[in-house]
Design a binder for this molecule. Structure first.
Ligand code: PEP
Ligand code: MG
Length: 566
């Protein structure tokens, strides 16, 4: 390659990485059909069985390594791959094809996996697309074992950027450890397992770039911007130095920011809590001195499982998180099965109720450990919220009968469906607190898909701002706490507007906490309030953004520029 090329994807893990490319999983394995003699069928079946068992053993080993390094939380990510190794749908089906069509194992495997993927690929949601990649990952593993190849060892010195079409979670465990500093993938979304692992390992990541140039080679220089989602290949020396400066500045900035407060220019203290997806992220929340966990997306522990962990297992996990955060509060959100986070089993619908009860019981029991709250996602009607509350009361009564130790548990709701924002004043009479989800609120108010649209521009639309204003005003009038926990709070430009609208508590991805504090310290609430007032009168999200850049520039410009955020 000669010309620097800039590519853009989804920023999936904050940070800037400068490193040498290491291509992972790019060997396209072809699976030509080979007819075999009847007498050779049993040998072929045995060859396939042996590949299944050695591939399974390799994933088991990756799971052990993951557990050793990062505790038990992430192990279920690999369970889906292990499950497929013993799944009749895959293993028996491949054996049947070998037997019935008298073909080689590679071709049979390819035929069966394409068949299994077909219905998943017909559903455009990223959840089903990711499950289809799970099948591809298992196929790749099995093909490698059929070919007898060993995984390639990392053979580079110094900072490395992993370049992959997609990275299986099992491979991610191996390759995201040092010296890896960056990750670039053609496929995948910000909520994929691999993105979660990149955040866990503190690796700057850009995912879902689409087809990468075919001439990237091991050892090429790659710059990864986990803020903007930009990837630069074959950078010039100046570009490289600039990226290194940004990287070093960001690392130093994070270090320096950790102990600092979030008091605005006019002396108002803003609470900055962390959003977490998995319990191990709590360590980063503590390290970044977050004011608590404002949103614990508990459904992430269920991805790729056939059912949620048992009440006792959830209790253990929840207690661990609460103990780590005490005396700061942890807000548990009940499983949010909607959107792209559905479980892989079709039978989820019938089970949700029982699972919800198990979860509520676990949170109630964990409440004895330290300050907690519980909230329900996607509440659209008052009837729904009242039923949810009643459910908590029933569980509490049952547990009391069993003499469980319980503490008071505030019960709140996400305001993320436009109907809830519109009637926020009524909901505020029933809910102990609100947490406003700008991701879903924007998607449902504007009828856009949050996974494919402009998630950041969405909340800035004046219609969404009007809903946001309604929610905070209703909460204030009813004197209940109200936080903002969607992506708007984690956007350094729109955060000022959130404060201007009246929000005094924001909850942001755990890695964003120090940056949120820095933004807040530069905001003058009076100016932000005036900007919010004028933003409500704008005609489009673009106009709002322009207005914010102009109004907040005097106080935030230096910070924005230093971090390259705008
Ligand atoms: C939201 O919708 O803004 C939100 C915080 O919830 P999630 O992103 O988990 O849907
Ligand atoms: Mg939501």
């Amino acid at each position: 390659m000669s010309e620097p090329s800039h590519l853009r994807g989804t920023a999936a893990s904050l940070g800037v990485a400068v490193g040498r490319a290491r291509l992972v999983g790019w060997e396209r394995r072809r699976c030509p059909r080979r007819q075999i003699e009847p007498a050779a069928v049993s040998a072929e079946l045995a060859r396939f069985a042996s590949a299944v068992s050695s591939s399974g053993a390799e994933i088991e080993a990756a799971k052990r390594e993951l557990t050793q390094k990062h505790g038990p939380t992430y192990a279920p990510i690999l369970d889906v791959h292990l499950l497929m190794h013993g799944d009749a749908l895959l293993v028996d089906a491949v054996s049947n094809v070998i037997r019935e069509k008298r073909v080689n194992a590679e071709w049979a495997l390819s035929e069966v996996t394409e068949r299994l993927k077909k219905p998943l690929l017909e559903d455009p949601s990223s959840y089903f697309q990711e499950r289809a990649s799970d099948i591809d990952h298992v196929k790749e593993h099995l093909l490698r074992h059929l070919s007898g190849q060993q995984p390639r060892k990392l053979n580079v010195d110094g900072p490395t950027v992993i370049i992959a079409r997609d990275l299986t979670p099992a491979d991610a465990v191996h390759v995201l450890a040092p010296p890896t500093v960056g990750l670039v993938t053609e496929h995948g979304g910000g909520s994929s397992h691999t993105a979660i692992l990149a955040r866990t390992f503190g690796v700057a990541a850009v995912v879902g770039l689409g087809p990468l140039p075919t001439d990237i080679e091991d050892g090429d220089l790659v710059l990864v911007d986990g803020f903007s989602g930009e990837v630069t290949l074959d950078a010039s020396p100046e570009q490289r130095r600039a990226a290194e400066r940004r990287r070093d500045r960001f690392v130093a900035f994070l270090k320096a920011e950790r102990p600092r407060n979030a008091v605005t220019q006019d002396g108002v203290s803003i609470s900055v809590t962390a959003n977490i997806e998995l319990p191990t992220e709590v360590a980063a929340a503590v390290e970044n001195a977050a004011d608590g966990i404002g949103l614990y997306r508990t459904e992430f522990m269920c991805l790729d499982r056939r059912e949620p962990p048992s009440e006792e297992d959830q209790l253990d996990l929840y207690r661990g998180v609460i103990r780590a955060m005490t005396p700061k509060r942890v807000v548990f959100r009940t499983f949010d099965w909607r959107g792209d986070k559905r479980l892989r089993l079709n039978g989820v619908a019938g089970q949700e109720d029982a699972w919800l009860e198990t979860q509520i019981r676990a949170v109630l029991r964990a409440s004895a450990e330290g300050p907690v709250a519980l909230m329900f996602p996607m509440i659209a009607t008052l009837t729904e919220f009242r039923a949810a509350r009643a459910r908590v009361d029933q569980c509490r009564a049952m547990l009391r009968d069993q003499s469980a130790r319980l503490a008071p548990l505030p019960v709140g709701m996400m305001v993320e469906v436009p109907s809830a924002a519109l009637l926020a004043d009524r909901f505020a009479k029933d809910a102990d607190f609100f947490a406003v989800g700008t991701n879903d609120l924007a998607q449902h108010a504007l009828a856009v898909d949050r996974h494919h649209g402009h998630c950041v521009a969405g909340p800035l639309d004046p219609a969404v701002l009007t809903l946001l204003e309604r929610a905070i005003s209703a909460a204030r009038a009813a004197e209940i706490p109200c936080s903002m926990c969607g992506g708007m709070a984690a956007d350094p430009v729109s955060l000022g507007l959130a404060l201007g609208l009246g929000y005094r508590h924001v909850s942001v991805p755990v890695g964003f906490v120090p940056l949120a504090r820095a933004v807040i310290r530069n905001v003058d609430l009076e100016a932000a309030g005036q900007a919010a007032h004028d933003a409500l009168e704008c005609v489009s999200a673009d106009e709002v953004r322009e207005l914010l850049l102009e109004r907040l520039e005097p106080s935030l410009g230096a910070l924005w520029k230093a971090q390259g955020l705008v």
